[in-house]
Design a protein around this ligand. Structure first.
Ligand code: SF4
Ligand code: FES
Length: 244
């Protein structure tokens, strides 16, 4: 089987797999926010940055190949990911202590995993519209990190409820309805798109704070442990490979 090295460890891969897929299949966690094994890679958050033969690449989009020497666990790469995470925090309005997703949020869990203790950069405090027009689902754009998971999930469901509009700092999550309101779409609370958000931007009403402190997703497990436990069995679906 072809293989590459990741932090000195031999990682086998199937032709067509990305570095992320091969690493995850081998039980190695590479931080990620916009990647999910069930969807086509988006390559936008750059949290999965690794050094490949001396060059920084996104592991979720970069194809695995023979003779690659990949570095993920160096202090330089960790520091790059820390700065990217801090940028995500200051570019939105992430009020973790009062957020319904606190304890279950992938952005927050990534911050803990990387040892983030402050925002480092100045907060942008952007003005973003909250959409409470849907009877079952709330959209708080303050927390959106533009991972496009809801966009991909809704597209795969054939509804195309969400889309990203604009570029760079002007990127916004938009809703595809004549009014631009969520309440005028055919989104249902049972749709995967209503549950895939890695932060607290899309919330199903009536579920907030259901899990008390001590029983939340990342209270006792790191995001690395959760990802390997929950996402690793899904790796390979995009390539039609058997699940673990
Ligand atoms: S609403 Fe959530 S899932 Fe959708 S792009 Fe924003 S962070 Fe990602
Ligand atoms: S996980 Fe690779 S760019 Fe977001």
């Amino acid at each position: 089987m072809p293989h590459f090295t990741l932090d000195g460890r031999t990682i086998p891969f199937e032709p067509g797999q990305t570095l992320m897929e091969a690493a995850m299949a081998a039980g190695v966690y590479i931080p990620h926010l916009c990647y999910h094994p069930d969807f086509e890679p988006h390559g936008s958050c750059k949290l999965c940055s690794v050094e490949v033969n001396g060059r920084i690449c996104s592991a979720c989009t970069f194809p695995a190949a023979e003779n690659q020497e990949v570095i993920s666990a160096s202090e330089e790469v960790r520091h790059l990911r820390l700065r990217l995470t801090q940028m995500l925090f200051v570019e939105g309005n992430h009020l973790c202590p009062s957020c319904e997703a606190s304890g279950s949020c992938e952005l927050q869990a990534t911050g803990y995993y990387l040892g983030m203790t402050d925002g480092h950069f100045s907060h942008f405090f952007p003005r973003r519209e909250i959409d409470a027009s849907h009877p079952e689902v709330l959209l708080d754009r303050d927390r959106c990190i533009f991972c496009a998971l809801c966009v991909r999930a809704s597209r795969d469901e054939g509804k195309n409820v969400f889309a990203l509009s604009g570029r760079g700092i002007h990127t916004r999550l938009v809703v595809n309805s004549p009014s631009g309101k969520l309440g005028d779409t055919d989104l249902e609370a049972t749709d995967r798109a209503a549950h895939i958000c890695p932060v607290g931007a899309i919330l199903v009403r009536g579920t907030a704070f259901r899990a008390p402190i001590g029983e939340r997703k990342y209270d006792h497990r790191t995001i690395a442990q959760v990802a390997l436990e929950e996402e690793r069995p899904l790796v390979g679906r995009q390539h039609g490979q058997a699940e673990d």
